[in-house]
Write a protein that binds this ligand. Sequence first.
Ligand SMILES: [Zn+2]
Length: 427
Amino acid sequence: MKNCWLVKQEPSDYSWSDFTRDRGTSWTGVRNYTARNNLRRMNKGDEVLFYHSGEEKAAVGIARVAKTAYPDPTAREGDWSAVDLVPINALSRAVTLRQIKAEPRLKNIALVRQSRLSVMPLSAADGQRPAFCYHRARRSRSTFRLVQSDQCAEICSRMSSLAATQYLPVVATGSATQDFLVVSVHDVAPSTRPIITQIMVELARQGVRSCSLLVVPDYHRQGPSMQDRQFVAWLRELETAGHEIVIHGYFHERSRRGDESLFEKFVTQIYTNGEGEFYDLRYGEALRRIKTAREEFWTNGLKPRGFVAPAWLLSPEAERAAHDAEMEYTTRLRTVLDLRSRETFAARSIVYSVRNSWRRATSLLWNAALARVLAQNPLLRVSIHPADYSHPIVWRQIVDLIKTANGSRTVTTYQDWIGQQRVRRAA
Ligand SMILES: [Zn+2]
């Protein structure tokens, strides 16, 4: 039987991102007998929740036991053990100790009872009935669920149970559907916040309660978004409510060069209105901007996992930079790319161009036709820009598209969708 465990780690010593960067590690240095015995009970293939102790106090990722206990090579004396762990995937949302404590059905897990223990079971201990197991539902092939194991059978048969959704790091499918809808809202910044607030109210009315929000760190150099306290507080609320924060460029504008070819001029000025910031940035500068953005977001308690270039114009060098800056995924107009697994998913986004009346007219026709073609695609992407909302005819079509799609698809975010694909592949 597969068991489930939890390991604690101070992120300043060795964080989940260190762990994923290393693609696994030997779990050495455990010097507590109970914790050691737990390491020794781990079987190959067991799943392990990776928990950040210290300030953060939250489970952040899922790992797997790749090698069972062997003598800890770092121990100078004594009888100590280590195991090898490899990452499966990050939790799309960290599960905090506070959330765990707030759940009465989790009051018996060791995390709550023996808070100082560094390696602990989340399931079957010493032949007792398991308190909790971290369960992957068979039928959907898609969900990790933290559930009380004597309820497993019941919960598996009722996919939308409360316990199953409460601690759901990866998306809940809710039904048998394998088709998804991701609505992304672009160009989120302090100056666009009022209109985006309205857009989100309308989306919620259509049943879209989780969006991928593409936030620009310093939109058109109007000033750093992360220094606007109210804006940050608003984003944190949205993240807590189930929306995803994505890094969207840095300035969202491209500095023009003197020696541009006609084609470059066309792409950067006519096609994108000068917003293709990462269209031809060199590796070093792209890396610097993405890392700076990530740092700014993280210090404000936001956890972006995706990077999307303005106008989806991402040069190969900038893509490499996004990967090296430890972003999990990126998207382009026609594809979604898992930057860790390198898997590319074909899924063209519906997006409107509203800058003038002929563009709007063309967009409406094109997207109506495109929506019919995309009805077959397991992932439907709808990308919304603030300006779309000020053109009633455009906005009405977007709402209609979402309404139709929402009937047969599950609404999710990019990060949850990526998580889902990883689980599917690992299954
Ligand atoms: Zn944009």
